[in-house]
Design a protein around this ligand. Structure first.
Ligand code: CDP
Length: 217
């Protein structure tokens, strides 16, 4: 069984999905982390697409969720923190727009969800990757609010970061993610929309959890 949460950057998908996974004791899948991992390999290939695709096919990417964190490794070496750098964040939407990268990531995800109950989050899960998902949510919030949340999250590791910079990065990514040809960020027709601008974290988690529990019955 799979429950998907799509939405733009900073809408709260990732923290909400992790809280849901913990509360309901189900698995969590972070598709953005897999696009970030592909981006790390792209940067390692010095942005040379040919070299990048060769490397992408050679590397073994593994992942699991534990202790509130989605862990990713390339050839057994953890890249969990490396995929969150500003350099990766700036390049990720460009790499995620490549159709070959999308089918690579989609295959990784479809293989893993064959067994168990998963809550997965991303941009195109309800539309392109798991169109038959049992429950679909689309989370949104004002750009200002999303930027504030993201800054709060990143400030500790990156004290020099400004609200303006975060806002700009989010707005640019949203635009690239929504306008790209290959599986753009889009609400699925049958997704339940949740605007979280004025909801507390607990409220949004409880709202989704109660709908999932109903579905699991
Ligand atoms: O958490 P944050 O909003 O910073 O982004 P993320 O979920 O880590 O995703 C990073 C990027 O991966 C997004 O901006 C998209 O370009 C891409 N992505 C995608 O294209 N499709 C998905 N299903 C998930 C992420």
């Amino acid at each position: 069984m799979i429950i998907v949460i799509d939405g733009p950057a900073g809408s709260g998908k990732s923290s909400t999905a992790r809280a849901i996974a913990d509360k309901l004791d189900i698995e969590y899948l972070d598709s953005g982390a897999l696009y970030r991992t592909a981006t790390l390999i792209y940067l390692e290939a010095n942005r040379d697409k040919e070299a990048f695709f060769i490397l992408l096919n050679q590397k073994k990417i593994s992942f699991y969720y534990e202790d509130q964190k989605f862990h990713v490794a390339i050839d057994g070496e953890s890249v969990t923190d490396k995929i969150r750098t500003t350099e990766v964040t700036k390049a990720v939407s460009e790499v995620a727009a490549l159709p070959r990268v999308r089918s690579f990531v989609n295959n990784l995800m479809r293989d893993v969800v064959l067994e168990g109950v998963y809550v997965a989050e991303g941009r195109d899960l309800g539309t392109a990757v798991f169109p038959d998902a049992e429950l679909k949510f689309f989370m949104s919030a004002d750009l200002e609010e999303r930027a504030k949340r993201r800054l709060k999250e990143r400030k500790e590791k990156n004290p020099g970061l400004s609200l303006k910079e975060v806002k700009q990065n989010i707005a640019e990514r949203d635009l690239k993610d929504s306008k790209r040809q290959a599986d753009p960020l889009k609400k699925a027709a049958d997704a339940i929309e949740l605007d979280t601008t004025n909801l507390t974290f607990e409220q949004q988690v409880d709202k989704i959890c109660s709908m999932i529990s109903e579905e699991l019955k």
